[in-house]
Ligand binder design. Structure first.
Ligand code: NZQ
Ligand code: ZN
Length: 384
């Protein structure tokens, strides 16, 4: 195991009816910017619950944050923050609303010329407004991490930043708020969670025994709970189990002292930037192909995964790897997500553009830093 430090300051407030706890969590007298997406919170009652809980606060609302939140939209919110003297940001909705709000928090205090530098140049975030979240979609883990992913259409770019300044102060997770998710978004969340675990698990071996078992526990939970939710979207316990699995998959517990890959995400983000394909669907497309390409480097962990999670037996390493890849694809299909270039408009032109974007940044992806422009194009050729 590698050396590590770990600190996660996010207070999790989990369970039925917990939105009512908001006044205990936000300092009295705060002037709140309440951010949200395209309107799901009006249909499922979350908006009303938040407004009722916060009736003694001054609130300015900012809606319309898109899935894959757009820089131009978020900068409009930054103007409002400055004009209105906002002191606290509350993101109500999915990971895009929360990621966007993290960027608003950092951009509002940015001292340089253009806050896009935080994403493009990696300019450190020196200060940020305090923020928190009522999260309504189990997928990104954004509720308990300090990452944010922001897109900019004019440049065909989708970039991430990390700063401990944008850890949410708290996250309210009421699994009942997820009953209203359409099957497509539920499935996206399951696959995103699955791939977050894989990015931290299917690497070269580093002998981190507990972290491996934690990864396997999350995947086994997904395998158990997903069919229950697909069959009965109002199954509270299954929804609760899925949400906690999604949060833990990307709150930093799995990768302390270990290697991390993130190449599937690196390639997937570029595919979304080029085609608009949902984040999770790009991951389902790329992951099996990446494993085929990196079967030598990732072979030992793929075999461990196949044996411990999919119950594959035998001594033929190559056969076990193939069966592990097939079992993973079948799991994605079981929640309705296909790994198919044709389905997502990933043409040869898109593959070349994706590889070039990564090449232009001189990026070397993967836990071994061995995936550059050439390898990205080769991986995309291996996609179905
Ligand atoms: O916009 P509204 O109307 O709220 O509807 C949303 C949106 O259309 C809807 N939705 C959310 N909660 C709902 C609901 N509909 C009904 N009932 C509910 N309870 O779902 C749609 C998708 O929402 P979005 O927030 O885009 O999904 P998700 O949470 O999957 O976030 C995706 C974004 O997060 C980034 C992705 O790249 C993408 O931009 N990621 C962020 C990460 C992080 N911060 O750590 C890591 C991830 O790997 C990922 O890259
Ligand atoms: Zn993801």
């Amino acid at each position: 195991m590698e050396n590590f430090q770990y600190c996660n300051p996010v207070r999790i407030v989990f369970g039925k009816g917990q939105i009512a706890a908001l006044p205990e969590l936000i300092p009295a007298g705060s002037k709140i910017l309440m951010t949200y997406g395209g309107g799901s919170i009006f249909k499922n009652g979350v908006y009303d619950q938040v407004k009722t809980a916060l009736q003694n606060y001054e609130i300015v609302e900012f809606g319309g944050i898109e899935p894959n939140p757009q820089y131009s939209t978020l900068m409009k919110a930054v103007d409002i923050v400055k004009k209105e003297g906002i002191t606290f940001l509350l993101a109500v909705g999915g990971g895009s609303t929360l990621d966007g709000t993290k960027f608003i928090a950092a951009a509002s205090k940015f001292q340089g010329e253009d806050p896009w530098d935080i994403l493009e140049k990696g300019t450190p975030v020196e200060d940020a407004l305090p923020l928190a979240s009522v999260i309504t979609l189990p997928a990104t883990g954004s509720e308990m991490n300090a990452f944010s992913v922001v897109s900019r259409k004019e440049k065909d770019e989708k970039l991430a930043f990390y700063s401990t300044k944008v850890f949410p102060q708290f996250a309210i997770i009421d699994p009942q708020t997820t009953f209203s998710l359409p099957p497509r978004q539920t499935a996206n969340g399951i696959v995103d969670t699955f791939v977050h675990v894989m990015e931290q698990y299917i690497t070269h071996p580093v002998d981190a025994a507990l972290q491996d078992r934690q990864c396997e526990a999350i995947i086994l939970t997904l395998i158990d709970e997903s069919p229950k939710i697909m069959a009965n979207p109002n199954d509270y316990n299954a929804r609760a189990n899925l949400f906690w699995a999604a949060t833990q998959a990307l709150n930093g517990w799995l990768n302390v002292g270990t290697a991390q890959c993130w190449a599937t995400h690196g390639i997937g983000h570029e595919i979304t930037a080029q085609t608009g394909t949902d984040h999770a669907r790009t991951l389902a497309l790329v992951l099996p192909a990446l494993w085929k390409h990196q079967r030598k480097e990732k072979g030992d962990k793929l075999v461990q995964f196949g044996k411990r999670v999919w119950g594959i037996n035998g001594d033929d390493k190559e056969k076990i790897i193939d069966e592990t890849i097939d079992a993973t694809k079948k799991f994605f299909e079981s929640v309705g997500i296909k790994a198919s270039c044709a389905e997502y408009g990933v043409t040869d032109d898109v593959c070349r553009a994706v590889a070039k974007m990564i090449g232009d940044r001189n990026a070397k992806l993967g836990d071994l830093g061995n995936i550059g422009e050439k390898e990205v194009y080769e991986i995309l050729q291996l996609c179905d």
